[in-house]
Design a protein around this ligand. Structure first.
Ligand SMILES: Cc1cc2nc3c(=O)[nH]c(=O)nc-3n(C[C@H](O)[C@H](O)[C@H](O)COP(=O)(O)OP(=O)(O)OC[C@H]3O[C@@H](n4cnc5c(N)ncnc54)[C@H](O)[C@@H]3O)c2cc1C
Ligand SMILES: Cc1cc2nc3c(=O)[nH]c(=O)nc-3n(C[C@H](O)[C@H](O)[C@H](O)COP(=O)(O)O)c2cc1C
Ligand code: FES
Length: 536
């Protein structure tokens, strides 16, 4: 596929749309450097001030290939994001497109000016369907669209794309208003809706309604871009909405568009899988084939299953082991999302799979509500996610855990003790922070450390780890613990044999939202959660 002119650059004509995968600066840098076919790197929509966005669930699959989201324009604010962009480096042959939003033209201009020196162009988010007073509420009015576009186009030196909503009676009229006001091009479409998605009478998204993306909106996207090109002819259009195969790209090309965004279709893919997918897509476009579709993850499990609490065992007040009434197949390192309608959903390691068992430390609203569940109460589970444990036989294994991270090592202990010698090193503030110790003992030797000396050695897990016979290490616990044990383990073993899981903010679990990126930009929900050490 040929490169295309975009502003003053020639770039490959693919992007991942705003809000999907490339939401963290480190992930932007990683994808820009590792995937040649992605010529345009689109940022998450950035506003004038930080926004926490909505609590989870923020993203759900309502039918195979089709999704609903209400992330809530989560972003660190323009000034902080500018600093993050300053610290990364993007290849010269890539176009960094900053998606920006605001409540009025002054806010749009403030964000654009704050980011201007770090980016190649702007995409005005005039189309988010679920944020009050922002996005679509501005983008349905051609006069408002023209005013905001003119303000940014006149007062900055970078090309401006207006990203439009399909939820307007006449998208072509709005596109024309934007082009007449100085837009360089149009991005179309944003998500459709907003709409609710209900399970057993409960809205899944915390926001109750969200924008639709993926397979079900392909025909809407195609109709919108055809309407625009019929009215405006051959203008630069970044087309998106349910593109997942070369056939879709060809249809959007026939509708007269030049650049293509592929978002929801990337669900569940690791970085390597995204790279292979785009490479196959480009090969398909050259050869006329449609084989990139075989890379799509039709099997991603986002369906919720209902469980009942069979037993809830308390360990010192704030920690509980909750056993469900049935089985969930999972392997070591995998995690699930537990959902309580009306309260939210959060990720937890699968502590045991038969019956499904979670070990939950109370730290906030969800874990408080979950630990208050009584025998017979219901909760929902989706997953499991992550995993990919290496095959290990005849080795010395050290499992190193702290806090609720100990729960994430129980399946490792059970499975690895079949063919290996397993030693467990657990640390906590006091005896009541260490749980399930007798159950772990059936799989190998357990060595404990507590800060108050109430059980095991007085001190931290680093104090007991020095004698580790490990050739393989699996660490699970708070970030400071993992950072403290890594130098010791790297003195005993090689980086290939050390795996660590820390609790990155994991909101979707399927690689879409980008919130769980580590400092190298890897999305830990699909690449991990147990990751090899990052070289310093
Ligand atoms: C892969 C994975 C496995 C986990 N396994 C366990 C487990 O087995 N047992 C356990 O007790 N906890 C586990 N956690 C952490 C657990 O998800 C958080 O404690 C929980 O989300 C807190 O929700 P809350 O509403 O109670 O608190 P909130 O008030 O929402 O948050 C309190 C703190 O919890 C953390 N947190 C909040 N939301 C998330 C999120 N979506 N992802 C990660 N951290 C978050 C943040 O540090 C936050 O400051 C795991 C996290 C991940 C990513
Ligand atoms: C989880 C998620 C977050 C999104 N966040 C944004 C956003 O911040 N700004 C924006 O303009 N569009 C956002 N979108 C819309 C996408 O950029 C894109 O327009 C839409 O998903 C259609 O493409 P797709 O069907 O290939 O996913 C988001 C979509 C999803 C699924
Ligand atoms: S990409 Fe959403 S949590 Fe990992």
């Amino acid at each position: 596929m040929e490169k295309k002119q975009l502003g003053d650059k020639m770039v490959m004509p693919f992007t991942i749309p705003s809000g999907i995968v490339t939401t963290d600066a480190a992930t932007i840098e990683k994808i820009a450097n590792e995937i040649p076919e992605i010529g345009i790197i689109t940022t998450k929509s950035i506003g004038p001030v930080p926004r926490a966005g909505n609590r989870e669930p923020i993203f759900a699959q309502y039918q195979p290939g089709s999704y609903v989201n209400a992330v809530g324009l989560t972003n660190p604010g323009a000034e902080e994001f500018a600093e993050r962009l300053f610290r990364i480096s993007i290849p010269d042959n890539k176009f960094l497109l900053a998606s920006i939003f605001g409540a009025n033209k002054e806010e749009f201009l403030f964000v654009a000016r704050t980011l201007e020196e770090h980016v190649d162009g702007f995409e005005l988010n005039l189309s988010c369907p679920h944020a009050k007073g922002l996005g679509m509420q501005l983008g349905q009015d051609p006069k408002m669209v023209a005013g905001i576009t003119r303000e940014v186009a006149r007062n900055t030196s970078k090309p401006v794309f207006a990203k439009l909503t399909p939820n307007a009676p006449n998208i072509a009229e709005i596109a024309e208003a934007a082009m007449n006001a100085g837009a360089y091009g149009i991005t179309a479409i944003n998500t459709v809706g907003p709409k609710p998605y209900m399970i057993d009478g409960n809205p899944v998204l915390t926001n109750k309604v969200g924008g639709l993306s993926g397979a079900e909106i392909t025909s809407i996207g195609l109709k919108c871009v055809s309407d625009i090109t019929q009215r405006l002819g051959n203008i630069p259009i970044i087309a998106m909405g349910g593109i997942s195969t070369a056939d879709h790209v060809r249809s959007y090309m026939s509708a007269g568009t030049s650049f293509f965004g592929i978002g929801s279709a990337l669900i569940g893919m690791t970085d390597l899988e995204i790279a292979k997918y785009f490479s196959e897509l480009v090969a398909d476009l050259k050869s006329g084939a449609n084989d990139a579709r075989f890379f799509l993850n039709d099997e991603v499990k986002m369906t919720y299953s209902r469980f009942k609490v069979a037993e809830s065992i308390s360990f010192g007040g704030s920690f509980k082991v909750v056993k469900a009434d049935s089985y969930l197949e999972a392997s070591p390192g995998q995690f699930v999302f537990a959902w309580l309608p009306g309260i939210g959903e959060k990720p937890f390691s699968v502590m045991d799979d038969d019956p499904l068992t979670l070990g939950v430390l109370e730290v906030g609203p969800f874990t408080k509500a979950f630990n208050a569940l009584q025998k017979g109460d219901e909760f929902y589970i989706r997953g499991p996610y992550g995993g990919q444990m290496p095959d290990i036989e005849g080795k010395n294994i050290a499992l190193v855990g702290g806090g609720s991270g100990i729960a994430g090592l129980y399946l490792h202990a059970r499975e690895l003790s079949n063919n290996n010698s397993v030693t467990m090193f657990f640390g906590g503030r006091s005896q009541d922070r260490l749980f399930y110790v007798d159950e772990f003992r059936q799989f190998g030797k357990v060595i404990l450390a507590t800060e108050d000396g109430s059980i095991g050695e007085r001190g931290k897990v680093t104090d007991i780890l020095k004698a580790a016979p490990g050739t393989y290490f699996f660490n699970c616990g708070p970030k400071p613990m993992v950072e403290a044990v890594l130098p010791i383990e790297l003195g005993i073993s090689d980086p290939e044999s050390i795996f660590s899981s820390v609790d990155y903010l994991t909101k979707c679990g399927v690689g879409i939202c980008g919130s769980c990126a580590d400092k190298k930009g890897s999305r830990t929900c699909v690449e991990g959660p147990f990751m090899r050490p990052i070289p310093r």
